[in-house]
Ligand binder design. Sequence first.
Ligand code: ATP
Ligand code: MG
Length: 603
Amino acid sequence: MRLSQMLFVTLREDPAEAEIPSHKLLLRAGYMRRIASGVYAYLPLLWRVLNKVSAIVREEMNATGAQECLLPQLQPSELWKESGRWDTYTKAEGIMFSLIDRRDQEMGLGPTHEEVITAIARDMIRSYRQLPLNLYQIQTKFRDEIRARFGLMRGREFIMKDAYSFHADEDSLKATYRDMYTAYCNILRRCGLKYRAVDADSGAIGGSGSTEFMVLADAGEDEVLYTEDGKYAANVEKAISLPPDAVPSTFTTFEKLETPNTPTIQTLADFLKCSPTQIVKNVLYQVTYDNGHTVLVLVSIRGDQDVNDTKLQNELVKLASNYGANTVIALAVLDEAAQHKWAAQPLPLGYIAPDLSDSYIQAGVKDLEPKFLRLVDQTAVALQNFVTGSNESGYHTVGGNWGKDYALPKQVVDVREAQAGDRAVHDSSQILKTARGIEIGHIFQLGQKYSKAMGATYTAESGEAVPLWMGCYGVGVSRLAQAAVEQSYDKSGIIWPVAIAPYHAIVVVPNITDAEQMAAAEQLYADLNAAGVETLLDDRDERAGVKFKDSELVGIPFRIVTGRSLKNGKVEVVNRATGESQELPLEAVVTTLQQWIQTALEV
Ligand code: ATP
Ligand code: MG
């Protein structure tokens, strides 16, 4: 491609709409344009990158035996009602765009495809002889994200590869899951990314085992905890660890003490000269279930520990049936507005005890549970002679014990957040470290959740109808492209990994009015492309400095300059990643570049 003929517009300044480097660079270098919040036009250079990522994904999927297909983006609400996700996706979480067509039918734009694929499996898979089966597609997904941001990282329209596998039993599912794990490692390695596979929470999609593939970068929205022995890595949402040992309490008798101005753990510990590990902290949450029912949740946890919202949410989902609900749609620490709405009298915030009376909850409020749901974290269960609130502002109790001074809540849970610095569970000499990650892929063992809900069964050898075992596997293709930039840039611009660069090389003509320069460049341009080296020709009527800057901004791996050394039959070749420059004889350019590219792709 000749730059003189291309839609090629670069910006000198960082666009105001962009916050992180990769987003700024992709806009500045003319890869994309924002059309609406979370909606981008992928311009020709970016489209080439996306196609290269897709090609790698496709090769690795095909290598596992998965088959490509293309499912509809426009999906009837009926299917989502069968799985029970229509209301949560369109109303509660509101992540799914929905519409009503001219025949008055409700439709949604696919944020994911479990429902569609399960309906197909239900129709087409009859016998165990057809199993296992793995289908995938590469396609635009729609999600009305609350926080669309960072360009392609969190779009409302984005490209995903999603695969769904069907099995006769769990062992077969696990075998495919392992193959997909390997395929995902191959994809990320081949795309030239530094990544980590981590244990993950399975979230709303459900199911048991799941692994996320995180590209390591400071701008990542996820936190990963890992150990240096390489044996443990998990998303903080899911991570487990050993809490520090509690310091034994110095209080021996149960009494109420005046503790003025001590609403936080730190002020209380300072005032009583005790360790935060001797305190039982009581945190109030409000959870709303999918049937509209709100429950106030009182979580008791050791003072030096924090509640992990994801773990708490998972516990609350398990308890949903107690409230006639299926799942949680909102969970938050009780805020002031909610307090005014729900509390019968002002709450003793900062001084709450595990036995806070249910009479604090207003009676007769529609959809409000009149009793607290009391949960206690394991870290608090183990404490003796502990310090905690007294339900009266300005006072705490000390020397408290479960079963004597406070009833131990029936629901003992593990909702504590693991943190960097904690000891690892698999080996207590290993200390958890933290890193930021961008979630690029997520693989799940779904089990029989969707097949049971939608009645997708196969006939086993015994003649019995068995719900299909399922797995699902996603890669954010467009997010991956931007993550590659986030991991690889410098002050001059993008540094694409060779495997996914839009072009391998760019021939820059410093002065297009110099016939010799132009002729050499044209020849190289033709020869390189003919030899499979994807090459751009910068034949624009611009100053050499502008062209050099643009080639660095756009991040093409190799730059060839038909400049001064042409007199000696040579051109300058610059490696974008290392900045190294060397002169090569004209006749050596094609083979040398072929070799360099070959080497870069053999990872
Ligand atoms: P996240 O936690 O980042 O919202 P998710 O758990 O919703 O991701 P999945 O439903 O597992 O993601 O989708 C599979 C992959 O699709 C993700 O690993 C990610 O790479 C990509 N992805 C998800 N949401 C978006 C989005 N809004 N924009 C771009 N890519 C996305
Ligand atoms: Mg999401």
